[in-house]
Design a protein around this ligand. Structure first.
Ligand code: SF4
Length: 612
C-alpha cells in the first residue's frame, strides 16, 4: 500500500491537450504521484483520459536534465546557472550589437505557462526589439487565430464546452475528438446517450474512432473543406435559412462571400469536388439548415493546412449567416491542441501578435504596450513565423535561437531542414527537462526547466478558462522556471522590468496590461482580466478556474458575441471571401502525395513524456 506524503490532493491542470482537465495530485513516498480527476473543475468534472490518468508514471527523475550544460570542446559539460546565463546574455547581446535585433529569436511552446510566455514575449518584443518569437502553437493554432481575427476582430472562441451538451447537432471537422480531446468527447457521448436525437456529423478524410459515434461521416478529400462549407453557405441561402436580421444588423460582407460560395456550383458539383456522396452531403446540409442549435468544432484537420485560415472562415461564415453564435448550444468552436495554446495567444506569443490581444501593426497599440512595459523599444513589424524562422537560421540571418519546451527537430514539417539549420547556428540555447533531448546535439547551452508537477502558473484551455497549474513536487536538481531563466538573461543584458517576486507578480502584470488604456484604444478588447488585477500570492494560489473576459464584478463569461457586438471597430462581424484551393503540393505537382497527419490515442506529441 503506497502512503502519500504531503502535500496531498493539490489541485492542478493536466499538461497535455487543450481540454485543460483539472487534476488532483498527491505525491507518493516512493516516487510518482496519485492522480485523480478534479471533480470541482468545470472542464472535466472529475474525468480523465488515459494520458491524464497516467501522469503519475511520468514523474521520475531518470533522464531529467538537472543542471545547466555548456558545450566545451564539442561536448556538453555541467556548468553553473550564472555561467550559463552569462553565456546566453553575452551571446545575444553581441549578436544584436553586430547584426541587429532580428538576428536573434525565441522559439517557444504551448507547453509553457502563461507567465513564462508573458515574460518571453516582453523580453523579445519590448526589450530586444524584435518580434522574432514564435511558438509550436503556430503549427496547430495560427489558422484559428487568423480566422477569428478576420471574422470577429479579435481572437476569441465564442462558446464553451457546455454548448456541446446543449446542441442538437455537433459537426466535428478535421477532429478525431475521441483520441485527441477524450474527456470532451466523453461529454459528447453522454449527451448522445441522454438524447439519442442529438446528431453527430464527422467530416474527416479518415474513418477515425470518432466516427463510431457519428450519425454521418463524410470522408471528404483532404483540403476540400472550404469547398464543402462554401457549398453549405450557398445551400443555406437557397433554402432561406439566413438570419437576415442578424446579418443586416451585425455583419458586413455577405454579398461577396456568397458570390464566391455560389460559384462552387450545386450540391452535386460540390460533392464531386469533395469526393463525397451527394446524397450524404445533401443530408448534412439539410441537417445544418434545419437545426438551430449546432456546434461546429474544428481541430488540426482544419488548422494544419495551407488553406487553414480560409477553412476556419468558411465554417464561421455559415454560423454568421444563420446567426448561430454566442448563444447556448451553438457556434463555431476551435479545439486547441496544447494545454496553453490559448494562454500563449493571450500574451501575444506568436510572431505577428503584440500582447494582450493588441495588434503589432497598430501604432497606438504598440505605443500603449511599450509605455506599459516602460520598454526602451518595441518591435515595429511582425517577426519570423516558425517555418520561416528556421529557414532564416539556416540562411545565417538568425544567428542565435533559444528553444523552449518543444522539439522542432521532430515536430516541424521539414524536420531535416531544422536539423541543418541548428547545426549551422552560432548559438543554440535549449530549455528542456530531458538531458538527452533530440535537441541536445545542437545545443551550445542547455538550461534545466521545471516539469509538470513542479511548475507554478496558469494555463488557458479551449473554452477560455484560466486554470492554475500548481506545483506539488519540489524543483529537482538546479531546475528553474522558464520565466526565471528569461529574467536572468534579461537582467544580464541590462533590461529593467524583469525583477518579479514570483509567478503571481507576472500574472498581475499580465492582468493589468489587459485593462491598460483599454478605453483609449480605437478598438477596445474583449480580452480583459479586470477581476484578476492585484491578486496577491494567496489569492493567486487560491484562484479557481474561470473563463475570461472577467469584468471587475461578477464571474467569468461562458459565451461571447451573443449580443451581436463584435470586436471590429464598427462592432460588426465580417464574412470572409473564401476561394477554395487544393493543397499546395497537389497530385501532379512537384510533390505528388497528399499526406494527412494523425495522433496516437495514448501518446502526446513526440512522446518525450508519455513514452515513459
Ligand atoms: Fe489531459 Fe486532455 Fe486527457 Fe483531459 S482530455 S486528461 S486535458 S490529455
Amino acid at each position: 500500500m503506497f502512503m502519500p506524503i504531503i502535500p496531498q490532493g493539490v489541485r492542478t491542470t493536466c499538461p497535455y491537450c487543450g481540454v485543460g482537465c483539472g487534476v488532483k495530485a498527491t505525491p507518493l513516498a516512493e516516487g510518482g504521484a496519485l492522480i485523480e480527476g478534479d471533480t470541482g473543475h468545470a472542464a472535466n468534472r472529475g474525468r480523465l483520459c488515459v494520458k491524464g490518468s497516467a501522469l503519475g508514471e511520468t514523474l521520475g527523475l531518470d533522464a531529467r536534465l538537472l543542471h545547466p550544460m555548456l558545450r566545451r570542446d564539442g561536448e556538453l559539460a555541467r556548468a553553473g546557472w550564472d555561467q550559463a546565463l552569462d553565456t546566453v546574455a553575452d551571446g545575444f547581446a553581441r549578436i544584436i550589437a553586430e547584426h541587429g535585433p532580428d538576428a536573434v529569436a525565441l522559439y517557444v511552446s504551448g507547453q509553457i505557462l502563461t507567465e513564462d510566455y508573458y515574460v518571453a514575449n516582453k523580453f523579445m518584443k519590448g526589450y530586444v526589439g524584435s518580434a522574432n518569437i514564435d511558438t509550436n502553437s503556430r503549427l496547430c493554432m495560427s489558422s484559428a487565430v487568423a480566422g477569428h481575427k478576420r471574422a470577429f476582430g479579435e481572437d476569441i472562441v465564442p462558446g464553451c464546452y457546455e454548448d456541446f451538451e446543449l446542441a442538437d447537432a455537433i459537426v466535428l471537422v478535421g477532429s478525431n475528438t475521441a483520441w485527441c480531446h477524450p474527456t470532451l468527447f466523453g461529454r459528447i457521448v453522454k449527451a448522445k446517450e441522454a438524447r439519442p436525437e442529438l446528431r453527430i456529423v464527422v467530416l474527416d478524410p479518415r474513418r477515425t474512432a470518432t466516427c463510431e459515434l457519428a450519425d454521418l461521416h463524410l470522408p471528404l478529400k483532404p483540403g476540400s473543406d472550404v469547398r464543402l462549407f462554401n457549398g453549405l453557405l450557398a445551400y443555406l441561402a437557397q433554402e432561406g435559412a439566413a438570419d437576415q436580421d442578424f446579418i443586416d444588423a451585425h455583419t458586413n460582407g455577405i454579398g461577396d462571400a456568397l458570390d464566391v460560395a455560389r460559384a462552387g456550383g450545386d450540391v452535386d458539383e460540390v460533392a464531386r469536388a469533395c469526393g463525397v456522396d451527394a446524397g450524404q452531403l445533401r443530408e448534412f446540409y439539410a441537417l445544418f439548415a434545419r437545426t438551430g442549435k449546432v456546434v461546429t468544432a474544428f481541430s488540426m484537420g482544419v488548422n494544419q493546412s495551407s488553406s487553414g485560415t480560409d477553412k476556419v472562415n468558411a465554417i464561421i461564415n455559415c454560423h454568421l449567416f444563420t446567426g448561430r453564435i454566442g448563444q447556448p448550444g451553438m457556434g463555431p468552436f476551435s479545439l486547441t491542441g496544447q494545454p496553453n495554446a490559448m494562454g500563449g495567444r493571450e500574451v501575444g506569443g506568436l510572431a505577428n501578435m503584440l500582447a494582450s490581444h493588441l495588434d503589432l501593426d497598430n501604432a497606438q497599440h504598440r505605443d500603449s504596450v511599450r509605455t506599459f512595459w516602460d520598454a526602451p523599444r518595441i518591435a515595429a513589424k511582425p517577426g519570423l513565423k516558425a517555418v520561416d524562422l528556421f529557414r532564416a537560421v539556416e540562411a545565417g540571418k538568425v544567428k542565435a535561437v533559444w528553444i523552449m519546451a518543444t522539439n522542432p527537430v521532430v515536430s516541424m514539417p521539414d524536420a531535416d531542414q531544422v536539423r541543418r539549420a541548428l547545426a549551422a547556428c552560432e548559438l543554440v540555447v535549449v530549455s528542456d527537462v530531458v538531458a538527452q533531448a533530440d535537441l541536445a546535439p545542437y545545443a551550445h547551452v542547455m538550461l534545466p526547466a521545471l516539469a509538470w508537477g513542479e511548475k507554478d502558473g496558469t494555463v488557458t484551455n479551449s473554452e477560455r478558462r484560466i486554470s492554475r497549474q500548481r506545483a506539488f513536487l519540489p524543483a529537482p536538481g538546479e531546475a528553474r522556471a522558464d520565466w526565471q531563466a528569461l529574467c536572468g538573461v534579461a537582467q544580464r543584458m541590462g533590461f529593467a522590468g524583469f525583477d518579479y517576486a514570483g509567478a503571481h507578480a507576472i500574472f498581475d502584470e499580465h492582468a493589468r496590461l489587459s485593462v491598460w488604456r483599454n478605453e483609449e484604444q480605437d478598438c477596445p478588447r474583449r480580452f480583459r482580466l479586470d477581476a484578476l488585477v492585484g491578486l496577491d500570492q494567496a489569492a493567486y494560489d487560491a484562484l479557481e478556474p474561470v473563463q475570461w473576459p472577467l469584468p471587475a464584478h461578477g464571474g467569468g463569461t461562458p459565451r461571447l458575441f451573443g449580443d451581436g457586438h463584435f470586436s471590429h471597430p464598427d462592432g460588426k462581424a465580417r464574412f470572409i471571401v473564401t476561394a477554395p484551393r487544393v493543397p499546395v503540393n497537389a497530385p501532379g505537382g512537384e510533390y505528388p502525395l497528399v499526406l494527412n497527419t494523425g495522433r496516437l490515442r495514448d501518446q502526446w506529441h513526440t512522446m518525450t513524456r508519455t513514452g515513459k
